[in-house]
Write a protein that binds this ligand. Structure first.
Ligand code: GAL
Length: 392
């Protein structure tokens, strides 16, 4: 009886306190998902080791890349995360703690994180929701909470979680475990889901992580990049501030595509409001690569505060037009020529419903193009793009 009374009393006081809180306008501490969403209000920007270096990661490489991110102007352009992909980890200690490769990372990950933070940047790391990573390093299965705590204690700001060796596991269940583990880690950590689109992560991703891969891996060819990029149409309804479709990292500057193809790659990723994770060697990139990766007018499209992922508004064979509305009421039109020859393409005012007085600007080449009144036709190179901002 006494016990029942004290329960009742506690129930009543909770009720009183919460009623008071509502009346006084006290806000409850944000739910983990709300807090997590605020970590990526616009698509994440940074660099990742995988596309160029594969397993050849080290303390030295990551430090040099952080330095190059600053000295090249990438940091000033908005790039922020320096992410170590697979192969930094070798084993687990007796108590289960994940162990970094002591030869490649002789100072440990914490010292590396401190160094990267000292450059005004953030550090990302990689693991796998299954039993092993794709390169057969220890996975995080059944170590989710322990690993999240370890990363937080090292000062890690971003975790990419892969899906190799996950036979019999459900991505929605496993990734939710990580979400909860990261929320309880004591540190804000961006959560990148990397399960290649298995079981439609765009359906459960928004309540689970900040970004989710929508396809298999990119590689440094026009064919693969364009198959991935142009297949994103229709997924726009699932993306928005805090949670983004991820068509994989950039290959810009890795040498397998020509100038027009890399311009298409970056412009398409910007139209898609995709994460911009450079995958090239920032220490040795050419001025042409640097200028493209730091093109402020293109980055502004990707990073627009409204966070609307663009979609295709017109296609005729391999000619496509995509539109992305921006926060200031303007719209960006991309005219893509996927054919094997240069083509003339016209911008149709009906795609954007713009008045005759709307101004046009070429964002890749920073040129004003007049008003939409007289129409606009561009010569678009083979595999190329013209990116036009239409401002009312
Ligand atoms: C793949 C992933 C790549 C890279 C690689 C590392 O599954 O999609 O981005 O992380 O594993 O082994």
């Amino acid at each position: 009886m006494l016990i029942m009374n004290s329960y009742r009393l506690r129930g009543q006081s909770i009720l009183i306190v919460s009623t008071l809180a509502i009346l006084c306008g006290w806000s409850a501490s944000p739910l983990p998902t709300e807090a997590a969403a605020s970590l990526a209000p616009t698509p994440v920007m940074g660099w990742n080791s995988w596309n160029k270096f594969g397993c050849e990661v080290s303390d030295k490489l990551i430090r040099e890349m952080a330095e190059a991110m600053v000295s090249s102007g990438m940091k000033a352009a908005g790039y922020q995360y320096v992410n170590i992909d697979d192969c930094w980890q070798v084993s687990r200690a007796a108590d289960g703690t994940i162990v970094a490769d002591a030869e490649r990372f002789p100072n440990g990950i914490k010292a590396l994180a401190d160094y990267v933070h000292g450059q005004g940047l953030k550090l990302g790391i990689y693991t796998d929701a299954g039993r092993m990573t794709c390169q057969k390093r220890p996975g995080s299965f059944e170590h989710e909470f322990q690993d999240a705590k370890t990363y937080a204690s090292w000062g890690v700001d971003y975790v990419k979680i892969d899906w190799c060796f996950a036979e019999g596991l459900e991505p929605e269940v496993q990734y939710a475990k990580f979400r909860d583990a990261l929320a309880r880690s004591g540190r804000p950590i961006v959560f990148s889901i990397c399960n290649w689109g298995v079981k439609a992560p765009w359906r459960w991703g928004p309540k689970t992580g900040n970004l989710w891969r929508t396809t298999g891996d990119i590689n440094d060819t026009y064919d693969r990049m364009s198959v991935i990029g142009f297949s994103q149409n229709g997924l726009e309804q699932f993306a928005g501030p805090g949670h983004w479709n991820d068509p994989d990292m950039l290959e810009v500057g890795n040498g397998g595509m020509n100038r027009e193809e890399y311009r298409t790659h970056l412009a398409l990723w910007a139209i898609l409001a995709a994460p911009l994770l450079a995958g090239n060697d920032l220490r040795t990139m050419t001025p042409e690569t640097r200028d493209l990766l730091t093109n402020a007018e293109v980055i502004a499209v990707d990073q627009d505060a409204k966070g609307i992922q663009g979609h295709r508004v017109w296609e005729e064979g391999l000619l496509e037009a995509w539109v992305k509305p921006l926060a200031d009421g303007s719209q960006v039109v991309a005219l893509f020529n996927r054919t094997e020859a240069p083509m003339k393409m016209s911008l149709d005012a009906r795609w954007v419903g713009a008045p005759a007085s709307a101004r046009l600007r070429d964002l890749l080449d920073h040129r004003d193009l007049g008003t939409i009144k007289d129409g606009y036709a561009a010569d678009v190179p083979q595999h190329g793009v013209v990116l036009v901002k239409v401002s009312p």
